[in-house]
Each structure stands twice: as structure tokens, then as C-alpha cells.
Design a protein around this ligand. Structure first.
Ligand code: NAD
Ligand code: WQD
Length: 340
């Protein structure tokens, strides 16, 4: 019998890539998503890649009644909880929306899991919980909680909620995964990141400059104390990240209790290095200009990725050039994202 995995937010960027890996590893994903930042076309793409169209139920995770029906009618082994809003700038404008959607949905989910005696959960946290890190690379034991925006605050609060729950209920297996900067796309060119409007994040901005949708990239700051003055991040290929979730489920199967992992590459890449890697990988020039720093940005953020390697066997396969090639392959084949 295949294990059923409830994937909240499973039509989104990271969720959809994880669903593909789950199917290929013989799990049976059941997707719930309210489509606030995704499209059902993703299901056709998953079918093209894997031969399987996964079950999808349209719902908001905050809808306790609908969510309960999903648990009642399935035999869920574990939940991977991707559903959430993730735009830092929007969270500053609309903090209540972020508290309600991200924290509220997790509260409902945990309540329903308890009702149906489901004890296994993997949660999408973020390197943003480290705030402005005191050192790089960042270890899981480094301080968290000095959030700089409401989005980050929701991740900190949910982590606290999960840690508290693990103390109250020793039967719970809880994996908190702190992602660094996911980029790249499925190598088929059928799935990738499809942001609404003008992208906030670097890689989708670069690909939209490359495809001619945007005129030039603004590089936010070249006076940071980094190798070339531009911000340094840990860019992880979304398929590597997806595989990290499968490895985490294998860990969960061993009843580990509470576990916390950084999912990153351990390599810091500057904005300029990323732009040059993109140009080299794809033979396209990216027009850019230097502008001032973006408020809230930190100079450097990259992972120490040893714990996930030691305990999960997680090791990234793709480097920054692979990421740039796959992001571009997705964008050029789908200039309008999942829209026709
Ligand atoms: P995404 O927006 O592509 O996917 C999130 C999905 O959740 C979307 O399909 C959206 O429709 C759905 N959703 C949102 N609120 C919902 C709700 N209340 N009920 C049901 N569905 C809901 O984002 P992503 O990049 O795939 O991120 C997935 C998770 O990983 C998020 O929790 C995000 O905060 C976290 N994360 C993302 C990044 C990143 O840079 N992409 C980094 C660290 C952590
Ligand atoms: C990367 C670098 C920018 C855009 C965000 C969230 C974080 C996590 C991942 C969810 C920085 C520079 C960017 C542009 C630029 N998400 N940049 N011009 O800020 O590291 O992290 O996404 O959890 O919480 O904050 O990612 O891609 O926005 O920026 O120069 O147009 O690119 O200054 O140095 P960030 P990013």
C-alpha cells in the first residue's frame, strides 16, 4: 500500500516539484490548495512528467470542515505543510492577512490532525527565521526569532507552536525545514516558478529580463561587506529541495520526534555572480543597474548544510549554473507561466 501524504499548497512552486518526487518515490500525494497563488494547470504538468495525475481538493486550510472531510476520507500518513503566503513586502502592508493565513491555517491543520490521530508533519520554514545572522554559515542552533517583517514573524511563531506541541505530545514527529533561496525549475521545462505581477525575488526577475518582459535588473546595493559588494545568498535548486522532503519523510518513518534542518547548499553566491552564471549558462546578456540597498535585506545568508547531510543523507546535486539553465528553460518555454 502506498503511503498517502497530504500536501498543503501542493500546486505552488516548491509543493508541485515535491509532488513529482513523491510520486516517483512511490508515495501517494493528496493535494489541497486554495489556488490563491497557483493554477490547476500544474496538475496536467505533473501528469506529463510522472504519468500520474494526483488527487486535488480545492480548499482553504483554514476551512476546518472541508479539511476534516479530507482526513475522514483518506488514510493520511503524514502532512507536508507548504500552504502559506510568502511575499515579504506584502506582509508589511497587510500583516493581519499573513497572521491569519499562515498561523491560522497551521492552527486549524494541527487541530484536524489531532482529531484524526495523524502524528507526522513536515513544515516549510525559512532561513528568514535567523533574521540578520550573527555569523555565516548559519547552523540550526544559531539564534532565531529576531524577525524583520510579519512574514518572518509567522514562520517564527509556527516553529514555536510546533516545538511546544512536540513537548506536549511525544508521539508527534515534526520536521521543521528551513529553506534558503529556492530557484531553478524541473528539467523538463514543464514546471517552474510562476509569480504574479512583477517578481520580488532575484531569479524570476532575471528570467523576465532575459525574456524581454522587464527592461533591466536593479541590483539592490553594491556596498555590502561581501566579496563584490552585492548581497550573498544560498540558492538551492527546487528539485534538490523537493528531494529533501522525500528524505525527511524517510526520517519521519523512524519516529524521530522533533527535528530541525537547514536545506541549503552551503555555498554563498552574490547577486553579480548569479547574473554572470545566468549569462554563461544561457548565452544571454542581462541588463542591470546598481541602485540603493533594499530595506530589510541582510548582507549574507547561507547555510551550514552538514546536519541534513549527516541525518538525512541530503546532498544537493545542482549548482548555480544548473539552476540558471533550468530557470531559463522554464521561462523561455512558458513566457506566460502556466497561462496559455
Ligand atoms: P507558493 O506561493 O508557490 O506556494 C504556496 C501554495 O499555497 C500556493 O499554491 C497557494 O495557492 C497555497 N496557499 C496559500 N495559502 C493557502 C491556504 N490558506 N489554504 C490553501 N492553500 C493555500 O510558494 P512556495 O515558494 O512554493 O513556498 C511554499 C512554502 O515554502 C511557503 O510556506 C513559503 O513560505 C515557504 N518558503 C518559501 C521560500 C521561497 O523562497 N519560495 C523560502 C522559504 C520558505
Ligand atoms: C536575493 C538577493 C537582493 C531582487 C526572500 C525572502 C526569504 C525567503 C527567500 C521565503 C538579495 C537581491 C533581489 C532584485 C536584487 N523566502 N535582489 N534585485 O531577499 O534573500 O529572500 O526569498 O521564506 O524570506 O526574504 O531573496 O530573491 O528577494 O533576493 O538585487 O530585483 O538578490 O537584494 O541580495 P531574499 P531575493
Amino acid at each position: 500500500m502506498k503511503k498517502q501524504i497530504l500536501v498543503t499548497g501542493g500546486l505552488g512552486f516548491i509543493g508541485s516539484h515535491t509532488v513529482v518526487e513523491l510520486i516517483q518515490e512511490n508515495y501517494e500525494p493528496v493535494i489541497v490548495d486554495n489556488l490563491c497563488n497557483s493554477k490547476t494547470e500544474v496538475l496536467n504538468r505533473i501528469k506529463k512528467i510522472t504519468g500520474v495525475k494526483p488527487e486535488f481538493i480545492e480548499l482553504d486550510v483554514r476551512d476546518e470542515e472541508k479539511l476534516s472531510k479530507v482526513f475522514a476520507s483518506h488514510n493520511i500518513f503524514a502532512v507536508i505543510h507548504f500552504a502559506g503566503l510568502k511575499a515579504v513586502g506584502e506582509s508589511v502592508q497587510k500583516p493581519q492577512l499573513y497572521y491569519d493565513n499562515n498561523i491560522g491555517s497551521t492552527e486549524v491543520l494541527l487541530k484536524v490532525m489531532d482529531k484524526y490521530n495523524v502524528k507526522n508533519i513536515v513544515f516549510s520554514s525559512s532561513a528568514t527565521v535567523y533574521g540578520n545572522p550573527k555569523r555565516v554559515p548559519i547552523y540550526e542552533t544559531d539564534p532565531v526569532g529576531e524577525f524583520t517583517n510579519p512574514y518572518a514573524e509567522t514562520k517564527v511563531r509556527i516553529e514555536e507552536m510546533l516545538i511546544k506541541l512536540s513537548k506536549q505530545d511525544p508521539k508527534m514527529n515534526i520536521a521543521i525545514l528551513r529553506y534558503f533561496n529556492p530557484i531553478g525549475a524541473h528539467k523538463s521545462g514543464l514546471m517552474g516558478e510562476d509569480p504574479r505581477g512583477i517578481p520580488n525575488n532575484l531569479m524570476p526577475y532575471v528570467t523576465q529580463v532575459a525574456v524581454g518582459k522587464l527592461p533591466e535588473l536593479s541590483i539592490f546595493g553594491n556596498d555590502y561587506p561581501t566579496k563584490d559588494g552585492t548581497g550573498v545568498r544560498d540558492y538551492i535548486h527546487v528539485v534538490d529541495l523537493a528531494i529533501g522532503h522525500v528524505l525527511t519523510l524517510k526520517k519521519i518513518e523512524q519516529n524521530p520526534g522533533l527535528v530541525i534542518y537547514n536545506l541549503g547548499t552551503g555555498v554563498g553566491t552574490s547577486v553579480l555572480e548569479l547574473v554572470h552564471a545566468f549569462e554563461e549558462a544561457n548565452g544571454i546578456k542581462i541588463a542591470y543597474k546598481m541602485v540603493g540597498r533594499r530595506p530589510g535585506d541582510v548582507p549574507e545568508c547561507y547555510a551550514n548544510a552538514d546536519k541534513a547531510y549527516r541525518e538525512l543523507g541530503f546532498k544537493t546535486k545542482y549548482n548555480i549554473v544548473d539552476c540558471c539553465r533550468d530557470s531559463w528553460n522554464w521561462q523561455k518555454n512558458n513566457p506566460k507561466g502556466y497561462d496559455k
